[in-house]
Design a protein around this ligand. Structure first.
Ligand SMILES: [Zn+2]
Length: 132
């Protein structure tokens, strides 16, 4: 009888537990995803991280003097790009940038970069992400 009760309660826990929590019991949607620090929206797969000019992360200062530490991602499906692509003040020569917002809460998470010759990528502000 005790065994049956224990079994039932474990079953309930499994149902309630979000699949992203790797507790050792279930891993329903590996790989883990990098999330928006504000609303927890899933932003990118951890394994989408990439290096640009040999670096996985870099610090940049924008024309207003704000300094950002960013990490690079091949894709960031949880972001929404906004604004017209521009090469003005671009941190990467030959790349146009757009602002990348969290698609859910619209927090500014970083930038999307694209060029005619290479694959596009994202530079996302590490402080505004969680589970990175
Ligand atoms: Zn968000």
């Amino acid at each position: 009888m005790n065994n049956i009760l224990t079994f039932d309660s474990i079953g309930d826990d499994l149902l309630k537990e979000p699949s992203h929590k790797v507790s050792g019991k279930v891993k329903m949607d590996p790989p883990m995803r990098v999330r928006c620090a504000i609303c927890r929206n899933r932003i990118a797969k951890s394994d989408a991280r990439m290096s640009v000019s040999g670096k996985h992360e870099a610090s940049f200062t924008n024309p207003f003097g704000f300094r950002f530490r960013i990490a690079f991602f091949q894709q960031a499906p949880g972001c929404k790009l906004t604004g017209k692509p521009t090469v003005e003040n671009s941190w990467f020569s030959g790349y146009a940038w757009q602002i990348a917002l969290c698609a859910l809460c619209r927090t500014h998470l970083g930038w999307g970069f694209q060029s005619n010759d290479d694959n596009p990528f994202f530079g996302l502000i590490i402080k505004r992400l969680s589970d990175i």
